[in-house]
Design a protein around this ligand. Structure first.
Ligand code: ZN
Length: 497
């Protein structure tokens, strides 16, 4: 390698080709970073006579001059003949590290990540933040997808989940990984983007509107955080649509995070997000509405364990005590490896909910997924997912319940019996019946009071064990004989006709 003049050529193509003319940071300041790279791409000779602030800053008097490039910073590579190839230049080894560092700093500034540059894969737990096995498995899958994408970003990657589920961290980890590989990435929150665009229109703005928008449109990797069209003005919607249309048509790699169910986006954008050839959608976190529906969150149910289940109830007649003890053993045997359906039938207060909750708590203590829900709450919640304010889609919620490894339905039969509710319950039960997925069901209704399409599955002895608890309400002195006299159930035979 021979030191020479660099004759004005630059290998530093990234700075020339990709440098945006103007760059917007968090806080809206503008800067022109091209000079950072130019500083090292010129030899001292070239810099002579140029305005101050150029290359002179590189070599200070008294500093040792590199023996290879004599301080030029660049060399001509050698041809096979051993002669220098004057048509090309490359950085001298004395400059490479510095160049890399500057390139990284440049890319980091260009990325607009700001303090989000601390969000990397290294400080993100591959299992996520939640402690249940279902969420952990899901997060681990998403984490892997994010890593694969970060190594080779192609198409769109959408992270969907509620606030705090880790989707922004995943998206920023991808961007930071790209920067570390020396590749550009640009981060912007949708609300910030719209603010910038709006302010860029103002006559006092020193950013040109086109500058920022072109940059966001064309960056090789864009992270668009918190995408939402909700409450957006017509103008804002139009801008976002322009942006996404452009990136879709140009096949530009894009990471999107959102807490808006995909079907809430308009047809065109929704269609793009559902284009599985081009766009991968990752469900990152358990929806907060699922979490709040999980009745085990309630302190009372949390405390219902096998240990504190009083199956002795010494005041009861022997037959009832033995019956209760049997129920207890059935539940306790079911809990370690749930198979099939365990159905407890009995009056309110007989202990069936306690046993069902004890199974759920046992599973949770083992780190196993379980979903415990009171049936009327479940139906209310399913209905609410249809509301435009819902932050979870109906499909997603219903699929989650249908496929949950262990589902516990408390108070079956207490639900109102609109045809819609009947149909939902039938779909749920039928799915789990066909898939042979374990369930625990409690009900104070006898099987012949339950809709036949459902009860016929409940009595299938290959799958289901129905146990009738004859103990009375522990809170009172209800006698088992009173069971027959309890108020007319809300599911009536008439409903089934
Ligand atoms: Zn050198």
């Amino acid at each position: 390698m021979i030191p020479t003049n660099t004759s004005g050529a630059s290998t530093d193509t990234w700075s020339k080709d990709r440098a945006p003319r103007e760059i917007v940071f968090h806080g809206g300041k503008k800067d022109n970073l091209a000079c950072h790279s130019e500083r090292v791409s010129r030899s001292p000779e070239q810099s002579e006579g140029e305005e101050s602030g150029g290359a002179q800053g590189e070599l200070h008097e008294g500093e040792e001059t590199c023996p290879i490039c004599k301080g030029a910073g660049f060399v001509h590579p050698l041809l096979d003949s051993g002669q220098p190839d004057f048509s090309r230049v490359e950085p001298c080894q004395c400059k490479r590290e510095e160049l890399q560092r500057e390139k990284f700093q440049y890319l980091q500034k260009y990325s607009n990540l700001g303090f989000l540059s601390r969000l990397t894969f290294d400080n993100l737990s591959p299992k996520g933040k939640r402690d249940d096995a279902i969420s952990q498995e899901r997060f681990a899958r998403v984490y892997q997808m994010a890593k694969v994408f970060a190594d080779n970003p192609k198409g769109w990657l959408v992270f969907f989940g509620p606030a705090g589920c880790g989707k922004t961290h995943l998206a920023c980890a991808i961007a930071n990984h790209r920067l570390n590989l020396g590749q550009p990435a640009f981060y912007i929150g949708v609300a910030d983007l719209l603010d910038h665009l709006r302010s860029a229109f103002s006559p006092t703005s020193d950013i040109t509107y086109d500058g920022l928008f072109e940059q966001v449109k064309n960056t090789p990797l864009l992270v668009l955080d918190d995408l939402s069209m909700e409450g957006a003005t017509l103008w804002a919607k139009e801008k976002l649509e322009q942006l996404l249309n452009h990136r879709f048509n140009a096949r530009l790699a894009t990471v999107i995070t959102t807490d808006v169910p995909l079907e809430k986006f308009d047809e065109r954008l929704g269609g793009r997000l559902r284009d599985s050839e081009f766009c991968q959608v990752c469900i990152v976190g358990q929806k907060s509405s699922l979490a709040c529906l999980d009745s085990l969150q309630l302190e009372l149910l949390r405390n219902m364990t096998f240990d504190n289940f009083d199956y002795k109830r010494l005041n009861l007649p022997l037959e009832q005590r033995q019956n209760l003890q049997q129920a207890f053993h059935l539940a306790r045997d079911f809990a370690p490896s749930p198979e099939g359906w365990l159905i407890f039938h009995g009056v309110n207060g007989c202990g069936k909910t306690h046993l069902a909750a004890a199974i759920a708590n046992y599973r949770l203590a083992q780190g196993k997924p379980v979903f415990f829900v009171v049936v009327p709450d479940l139906l209310d919640h399913l209905r609410s997912t249809f509301s435009p304010q819902s932050n979870i889609s109906y499909d997603e919620f219903f699929e989650g319940i249908k496929q949950c490894p262990l589902l516990i339905l408390d108070d079956f039969g207490e639900q109102s019996v609109t045809p819609w509710a009947q149909e939902k319950l039938y779909q749920l039960i039928n799915y789990r019946y066909n898939a042979r997925l374990p369930m625990v069901i409690t009900s104070c209704f006898s099987l012949d009071e339950i809709e036949p399409r459902i009860s016929s599955r409940m009595v299938d002895p290959r799958l289901s064990l129905v146990f009738n608890i004859i103990a009375p309400d522990y809170r009172g002195d209800v006698k088992p004989s009173q069971m027959a006299k309890r108020p007319e159930p809300r599911i009536t035979r008439r409903q089934r006709l």
